[in-house]
Design a binder for this molecule. Sequence first.
Ligand SMILES: Cc1cc2nc3c(=O)[nH]c(=O)nc-3n(C[C@H](O)[C@H](O)[C@H](O)COP(=O)(O)OP(=O)(O)OC[C@H]3O[C@@H](n4cnc5c(N)ncnc54)[C@H](O)[C@@H]3O)c2cc1C
Length: 397
Amino acid sequence: MKHVAIIGAGPAGLMAAEAALAQGARVDIYDAMPSAGRKFLMAGKSGLNITHSEDEAQFRQRYDAPDARLAAMVEAFGPSEIVKWMAALGIEAHVGSSGRVFPIGMKASPLLRRWLARLGEAGAKLHTRHRWAGWDEAGALTFETMTGRVAVKADAVVLGLGGASWKRLGSDGAWADILAQKGVALEAFAPSNCGFIADWSAKMAAYEGAPVKGVSLSANGQSVRGDFVITKSGIESGAVYPLAAALRRDLAKKRRAILTIDLLPETDEAALTARLAAQHPKDSFSNRLRKAARIDGAKAALLFEVTKGAPPRAAEGLARLIKALPLTLTGTAPMDTAISTSGGVPWEALGDGLMLKALPGVFCAGEMIAWDAPTGGYLLTACLATGRVAGQAAAII
Ligand SMILES: Cc1cc2nc3c(=O)[nH]c(=O)nc-3n(C[C@H](O)[C@H](O)[C@H](O)COP(=O)(O)OP(=O)(O)OC[C@H]3O[C@@H](n4cnc5c(N)ncnc54)[C@H](O)[C@@H]3O)c2cc1C
């Protein structure tokens, strides 16, 4: 019986454990944190969007991976397989109005609890507070634990160590140094589904945490309807993330990116102009905005911010601005606050079954591999799909 060590108890590592167990392997799972799946649980805080119900061919197009193997893995274990896999854990799927798929109840904790229990029943042992530190001279895996250094010999190892954001949940990217020392050339980490800096004035920064609802955002010919949130230095969330890749490309080229905000997407410019023009001339500017365009609070503050406190007063110019407010972004928010990071282990470094070419017997899975995808359930789906491949391959090496 092969002994497979899984390092990283996130969704990729846990799926690798499940796949290795199914191949008859003995499995030990190690994680640096005091409990498993901390980022997975955080992902479930505002609804665990585990996959998407759109057409599966379209689903696979969402990935930005310089290698066809990811699409094949997501085809083999994609949205319908994930729904069946959740059902086998006794968790029904709920499809949201946008087609996003969640576990019923939205949270990650019931799913994680049942998953860990099933892995335990199948024989997997979970070792928490075990920080992987590399290999010793004898080739054994070494872990830092509360009681000192521990060495573990295994036939194969699956690394599911995550990206480099939300360090406090365990995904600190420190594994990159260990692999680099072993001759694996890594791609630098970069924030992926991330917030952006807008260099707000103090007046705008006072809206920190305020949601901006029901708008349409555009960048580089791509548009997204939805909401976003004002942060202390810029914007994040919802409709911002699907545009993150386009915005990052502009920032890389020009050091600036323009995000065009339509504050009233359901009303066309001519109708809005007429409504603004029909307001009583003695009404204050704020009242006219509120009555004609339902714009107040953070939306009104954005209008003032972008126009440096002097939005056009004439109906035509004001309507044009409300329909296409150009917000200048000057950078990405700090990487640690990103939903996911790009970069990590490049596909060229991976052979069959996601084994590192430079380190036979060492497999990789999940966000630590250099692929990128927007939010919408694509991230977790790829983590599970790659975990499954790496776990299966590690068990039969
Ligand atoms: C706020 C938030 C919301 C999100 N929402 C969604 C969503 O709704 N849908 C979606 O698809 N994605 C979402 N994501 C992204 C998703 O959670 C991640 O892409 C996914 O968890 C990555 O899985 P992973 O198994 O590759 O890595 P991780 O989940 O990051 O797990 C890596 C594990 O490795 C451990 N580890 C790291 N280094 C070591 C070491 N040296 N030794 C031992 N253990 C180590 C860590 O402690 C961690 O447990 C969200 C992320 C965040 C932060």
